[in-house]
Design a binder for this molecule. Structure first.
Ligand code: SAM
Length: 209
């Protein structure tokens, strides 16, 4: 009884410690590669949940995550009910990959470049994989439009018609605008409580078959 009461009191403290460890790991990553990490704080729980909402746990296809960092969005995808084995997550930083593998043991983390997605997935045995949705926190604002648009095209080509590519950004406009005949984009949500306030965009294919 006494032990149970102590455990209940320590529970919120444990949550704070985990969050603090995640923030410290994230800032260390930002100090190593500010251009690639692109933000000084991990995505907050509300924005992460909204991003994860494009994944459907009952869909047999896996979910593709890009740029998991220290895993706030990974965590939201799993909390939504997607089985860890059905999540493929591509992260550039080997240090983040190590951290993630310790925290989410059954998720398929792939260390590599999302902008070279086909080769990165091929190298990890997911060359033929098709996905139900893509959830991305890659800093698309920091790359040129051609490179960003190619990444969106590559992901959409691996998903069924109508499937969604969700991207977080911190700009009033989408990081990559719609390109008629290639993809459309719409605003899913603005999360003012995120630091910095985040906009969530959803890209869908505009290719006519
Ligand atoms: C803004 S952080 C987002 C991290 C986390 N998903 C979150 O929401 O807090 C961007 C992440 O994308 C990763 N990243 C940047 N460029 C990448 C690339 N070309 N391929 C794979 N990951 C990349 C960074 O290492 C970093 O973990």
């Amino acid at each position: 009884m006494f032990n149970q009461r102590i455990a209940a009191r320590l529970k919120p403290l444990k949550k704070h410690t985990t969050k603090l460890r995640e923030d410290v790991e994230f800032i260390r990553g930002w100090l190593r590669e500010p251009g690639e990490v692109g933000s000084i704080k991990p995505t907050g729980p509300r924005a992460a949940r909204q991003m994860a909402s494009v994944a459907d746990p009952s869909n047999p296809l896996p979910v593709l995550e890009l740029g998991p960092g220290t895993g706030p969005v990974t965590s939201a995808i799993l909390e939504r009910g997607v089985a860890p084995e059905k999540l493929v997550s591509v992260e550039y930083s080997p240090e983040f990959c190590k951290y993630l593998s310790n925290h989410f043991p059954h998720v398929n983390f792939v260390q590599g470049d999302a902008f070279d997605l086909d080769r990165t997935l091929e190298g990890a045995g997911f060359g033929e994989a098709r996905f139900q949705a893509t959830i991305s926190a890659i800093p698309l604002l920091l790359v040129n439009r051609r490179k960003g648009a190619e990444l969106i095209d590559t992901c959409l080509a691996r998903m069924p018609e109508g499937a969604q590519f969700c991207q977080i950004s911190y700009s009033p406009k989408p990081p990559i605008g719609a390109i008629p005949g290639r993809f459309r984009v719409r605003l899913l949500d603005t999360v003012f409580r995120n630091v910095p306030p985040g906009r969530l965009w959803v890209y869908t294919s505009d290719r006519r078959s």
